[in-house]
Design a protein around this ligand. Structure first.
Ligand code: FUC
Length: 344
């Protein structure tokens, strides 16, 4: 196993570094300290050909102007918060409004658009990077300074493990995720409509205007949201289900997990991605509205990739029936997700 560190450009007078982690099978993960962004993951197909399985840009400039949160760690709170407002301990907090009247993915200054400190991890059975960032009191509008620690590590079992920890100095909200856009075909040769997805989830969260959760949980039985036995991603985009139409003819929905395992499979290449998490939900986003801008593989198009954002329920703070994302002063927040790459 090896890890290489190299310069990746500058942002805001700060040097940005890239890290490439590689295991003995040649599987490699490249990430940068700007936004803890995963820029590339090379995995073998069933013939052993190594190709990239995430969307990305050629250089830092691409990520600096990106509006789709490519590969980044999202925080303090992933997803939308309605009216960019919430109440905690009897006080009302106003957050950055960065999508219509709402708050999205942490606001204006957020985990995904700052440079993190880094420390290389080299151990007998894994290589990786530990990123740290101090999010000051009031950043994005959230109370309480919190030092966040994100680790990315790769082992010889083909597993990329991501962890996130933070201990806030005041009661606050934390609900992070990673926003990698997966496409297992290899170098984005095809879209992801033929990928097969399995999610052990019997209920998903209904969305309303501006893709905000309504608070209702819907039974997946008999709908294109039933991934319990596995189904083609295309089933959503091809359907007339109102929820599918509402968010741009695809999936952009939170699923509550019965079992914390998710599987994505591309039959043509044989590549399989198994995800294990300690989170209660996954937001499935099929890049429904990605249009036009130039990426590493060429022009961005709908359905070129799928995000599987493991996290707590979005807008939980405004829906008392959703599991809480409040983290108390001095309490430890812990997020963990493991991505296992293999072939079938
Ligand atoms: C996902 C979606 C949003 C948004 C963003 C880029 O998390 O939930 O709709 O488009 O990513």
């Amino acid at each position: 196993m090896e890890i290489k560190t190299y310069p990746y450009g500058t942002f805001d007078n700060q040097e940005v570094q890239a890290f490439t982690l590689k295991n003995e099978a040649g599987l490699s993960v490249t990430c940068i300290d700007y936004g803890c962004i995963i820029t590339e993951i090379l995995t073998p197909d069933r013939n052993g050909t190594l190709e990239n399985v995430v969307l990305g840009y050629d250089n830092l400039e691409g990520y600096l102007s990106d509006v789709t949160y490519q590969g980044a760690i999202i925080g303090r709170v992933a997803g939308r918060i309605s009216a960019a407002e919430f109440e905690l301990n009897g006080k009302t907090y106003s957050l950055d409004k960065n999508e219509n009247n709402n708050h999205l993915h942490g606001g204006l200054t957020r985990f995904s658009n700052v440079v993190w400190d880094s420390k290389v991890i080299e151990e007998e059975d894994r290589v990786g990077v530990e990123f740290t960032y101090v999010s000051e009191d009031c950043e994005g509008g959230y109370p309480g300074t919190v030092e966040m620690k994100i680790t990315y590590s790769l082992n010889n079992k083909g597993e990329l493990e991501i962890t996130g920890t933070g201990i806030p100095e005041a009661d606050t909200l934390l609900n992070i995720t990673n926003h990698a856009y997966f496409n297992l075909s290899g170098d984005v040769k095809r879209d992801i409509l033929d990928h097969e997805l399995t999610i052990k989830s019997s209920r998903y969260i209904e969305l309303g205007q501006e893709s905000l959760p309504t608070g209702e949980l819907i039974d997946v039985t008999g709908t294109v949201f039933d991934f319990r036995q596995g189904r083609k991603v295309a089933d959503g985009p091809n359907s007339e289900d109102e929820q599918i139409v509402l968010v741009g003819q695809g999936y952009d929905h939170p699923f509550m997990l019965d079992e914390q395992e998710i599987e994505l499979y591309d039959e043509a290449s044989g590549r399989q991605l198994a995800i294990e998490t300690n989170q209660k939900a996954v937001v499935v986003y099929t890049s429904n509205t990605m249009e036009g801008f130039t990426m590493r593989h060429g022009e961005a198009r709908p359905y070129q990739a799928i995000c599987l954002e493991t996290q707590g329920a979005p807008d939980a703070i405004n829906h008392p029936n959703f599991p809480s994302i409040v983290v108390k002063k001095d309490e430890k927040y812990y997020w963990e997700t493991k991505y296992r790459f293999s072939v079938k």
